[in-house]
Design a protein around this ligand. Structure first.
Ligand SMILES: Cc1cc2nc3c(=O)[nH]c(=O)nc-3n(C[C@H](O)[C@H](O)[C@H](O)COP(=O)(O)OP(=O)(O)OC[C@H]3O[C@@H](n4cnc5c(N)ncnc54)[C@H](O)[C@@H]3O)c2cc1C
Ligand code: FES
Length: 252
């Protein structure tokens, strides 16, 4: 883990609500793996006190990219940063996606801002892997396909792609793939991950879930981000043991 005083380079709007920021952060960029995250101090003073965690969306040379929507004070402050501002970033944190192994198609499943970690994953997947992406949102304007490949979309209101959830869409489309040859990489809201977890366990699909949790330290000290283990006998920490877990590892 590195604490790097990074330089804010740019901010762009990807759609009506989502922003992409680029930050010069050479040390973190050099060691980042897909699926890891950074804990960002969003102000120069003590308000808000806690850092805010964001998935590493992409790494381009010395730059790290993050995608976010404005939810509250932290993301509003981040959005007001100007080029050249310094940003105190801790990272890279947590486990990354497991990308090596015996599969031929990487199946990405994302809901809403859950698309954030996948541009970097796609860049780092071995060249011989095929990629297919399933992306869901409540409506067309909330389907985030930034940096994804071979995209199928689903919306709750039917305004784009399949009318239904992204997991329902996945169930239909996976009939065309060989079970042993796919690996599912997923990130999104908990109800989506829960449905996907059940489906993948029932069907014996190789599946990794990227979880979110409220966080303070981001590296295993405060015990503030527990998730129950699948056997119900212990707790794992989302920041340190995750945020990437195998589908059969945790109880959601
Ligand atoms: C490992 C990890 C990776 C993450 N990656 C990303 C990312 O790549 N992009 C991103 O935008 N967010 C990501 N998040 C969530 C991000 O940390 C929160 O969006 C952020 O902390 C919000 O801070 P805030 O001060 O703006 O909002 P707060 O003041 O903390 O919250 C304001 C309001 O927004 C709600 N809220 C907060 N977070 C979310 C959320 N994720 N979804 C819906 N409502 C929310 C709160 O319940 C509250 O009502 C990640 C979280 C984790 C744990
Ligand atoms: S956020 Fe402190 S232990 Fe996970």
């Amino acid at each position: 883990m590195i604490n790097e005083f990074s330089v804010f380079r740019s901010i762009d709007k990807i759609n009506d609500s989502t922003h992409l920021i680029k930050v010069y952060s050479p040390s973190i960029a050099a060691s980042a793996k897909p699926g890891q995250f950074c804990n960002i101090k969003v102000s120069d003073n003590n308000f808000p006190l806690l850092r805010r965690p964001f998935s590493i969306c992409d790494v381009n040379g010395d730059e790290i990219h993050f995608l976010f929507d404005i939810h509250g004070e932290g993301t509003r402050l981040l959005c007001n940063k100007k080029n050249g501002d310094t940003l105190d970033i801790l990272g890279p944190l947590g486990s990354g996606f497991k990308i090596e192994g015996d599969y031929d198609t990487a199946v990405i499943v994302a809901g809403g801002l859950g698309s954030a970690p996948f541009p970097f994953l796609i860049k780092k997947l071995p060249a011989n892997k095929k990629i297919v992406s399933f992306v869901g949102g409540r409506s067309k304007d909330l389907v985030l396909t930034y940096g994804l490949k071979n995209v199928f979309t689903a919306t709750d209101d039917g305004s784009d792609g399949f009318n239904g959830t992204v997991v329902e869409l996945l169930k239909m489309e996976l009939e065309n793939f060989s079970k042993n040859k796919i690996r599912i990489f997923s990130c999104g809201p908990n109800p989506m991950l829960k449905a996907l977890q059940l489906f993948s366990i029932q069907n014996n699909y190789d599946c990794q879930l990227s979880l979110e949790s409220a966080m303070a330290c981001g590296f295993g000290i405060c015990q503030g981000c527990p998730v129950e283990s699948a056997d119900g006998e212990s707790y794992l920490l989302v920041c340190k043991d995750g945020p990437i877990f195998n589908a059969d590892q945790v109880k959601l």
